[in-house]
Design a protein around this ligand. Structure first.
Ligand SMILES: Cc1ncc(COP(=O)(O)O)c(C=O)c1O
Length: 410
């Protein structure tokens, strides 16, 4: 099915997968590719000093956004690496203390897979379930803690639904029990307020490309006081990043991440208000124009930039093809290569069909009101057309209870 409005430019509604680099960020990065190209660990000449200074300024910007101190920031290649370093680094350092880690079934694969890997090495991993709204139960978390628990790893915001987890409460519980708390805050930093002190966070992963910075750059916050967290390195080499992550620093990438963080900090209120307005417009517009939708994002505890909705009696792939001028995700971008329905939604109790027909709309600083209106109009048109081909939808519209129908051929 082709779009009726093929002249319209493509509209990007997939910011949670990745965001464009802010021009201000790009401008800051460019000199570090050619003019100021030094190696930040070259201690004996100007080129090295210049690069090192830029890296340290970036470290301060990253720290400021999450209320940390610059020395607590370790640069990595992105949140996948940060998560791996957090989980494996804690295990490497604290395995004498215990062998138990608590995480959740709805984490991103970049936590689930390292956790499963540690499981194959003999570590005991608890995957907490989620309720019908995709949220964890704090009482269940408390019950899961044993004297052998060395780490709790729970994300701050879910990448598919945008749901905000009770990070401060988790941090408080972890502190009371003397257990380290890691949070994958890839979808949270720059979107909602994150304060590692107030929230009792010991380790935090973030990624530049989700916040208008470059791809392939990220950071891990590692607490230095109360308690001082130590990690056993995963990648060994020249002893960069206080020995926790060896490898020549990606100076332009780090400069980009720093500038992206500085912008998110200075523009926080403005971005939050504008993006909240876009979300309200999209949700109100779709609610008005399209019936039989299930909103999978939590009604209140959700970031402003993500809206996840299932459209009943519609096949997800046909929907995606129908709205081919609009870039969205069905489930997580990282797993959408497979046709498996989203595990995040299924774990929250959604059936295969609704999980399959889910769309994650995500938007950002550069999304316009026109983009949102075009999305609403396109969804209205395509959903209507697909439903006209759905006998189930017709039956439901006529008031038939589908559960009473016997489908078998006699
Ligand atoms: C919650 C979450 N964690 C981790 C990642 C991986 O981040 P990166 O692409 O920086 O490795 C993503 C990206 O999709 C994510 O959404």
């Amino acid at each position: 099915m082709k779009s009726s409005n093929d002249n319209h430019k493509a509209v990007y509604m997939d910011y949670a997968a990745t965001s464009p680099v802010d021009p201000v960020v790009l401008e800051k990065m460019i000199p570090y590719y050619q003019v100021k190209f030094g190696n930040a660990t070259s201690r004996n000449h100007k080129f090295g000093w210049e690069a090192e200074e830029a890296v340290e300024t970036a470290r301060e910007h990253v720290a400021k956004l999450i209320n940390a101190s610059a020395k607590e920031i370790i640069f990595t290649s992105g949140a996948t690496e940060s998560n791996n370093l957090a989980l494996q680094g804690v295990v490497n350092m604290y395995k004498q203390k215990g062998n138990h880690i608590i995480t959740c079934v709805n984490e991103h694969k970049a936590v689930l897979d390292p956790a499963n890997y540690l499981g194959t090495l003999g570590y005991d991993i608890t995957f907490l379930p989620v309720d019908g709204q995709g949220m964890i139960d704090l009482a269940q978390l408390a019950d899961a803690i044993t004297p052998k628990t060395i780490l709790i790893s729970l994300m701050a915001v879910n990448n598919e639904t945008g749901n905000i987890y009770p990070t401060a409460e988790i941090g408080k519980l972890a502190k009371e029990k003397g257990i380290l708390f890691h949070t994958d805050a890839t979808q949270a930093v720059g979107k909602i307020e994150i304060d590692v002190d107030k929230m009792g966070i010991d380790l935090l992963s973030l990624s530049a490309h989700k916040m208008y910075g470059p791809k392939g750059e990220g950071a891990l916050y590692v607490r230095r006081k109360n308690p001082r967290v130590r990690l056993g390195a995963v990648q060994h080499g020249g002893g960069h990043e206080r020995g926790m992550r060896s490898g020549t620093l990606n100076v332009p990438g780090i400069v980009g991440l720093g500038e992206a963080c500085r912008l998110c900090h200075t523009r926080f209120k403005e971005d939050f208000q504008y993006i909240s307005k876009l979300r309200k417009m999209l949700l109100d517009g779709l609610t008005k124009e399209v019936d039989m939708m299930v909103v999978n994002s939590h009604p209140e505890k959700c970031v402003p930039n993500i809206l996840n909705i299932s459209f009943e009696y519609i096949e997800g792939e046909s929907l995606m093809m129908g709205i081919d001028l609009i870039a969205v995700s069905s489930g997580s971008a990282c797993t959408s290569a497979s046709l498996e329905p989203s595990y995040v939604l299924k774990n929250a109790g959604l059936g295969d069909e609704l999980a399959h027909s889910s769309i994650r709309f995500s938007f950002g600083r550069f999304t316009t009101l026109d983009d949102v209106q075009f999305t609403i109009d396109s969804m209205k048109r395509v959903v209507k057309k697909l439903r006209e081909m759905s006998p189930l939808y017709e039956l439901v519209k006529e008031g038939v209870d589908l559960s009473t129908i016997s489908w078998s051929a006699h």
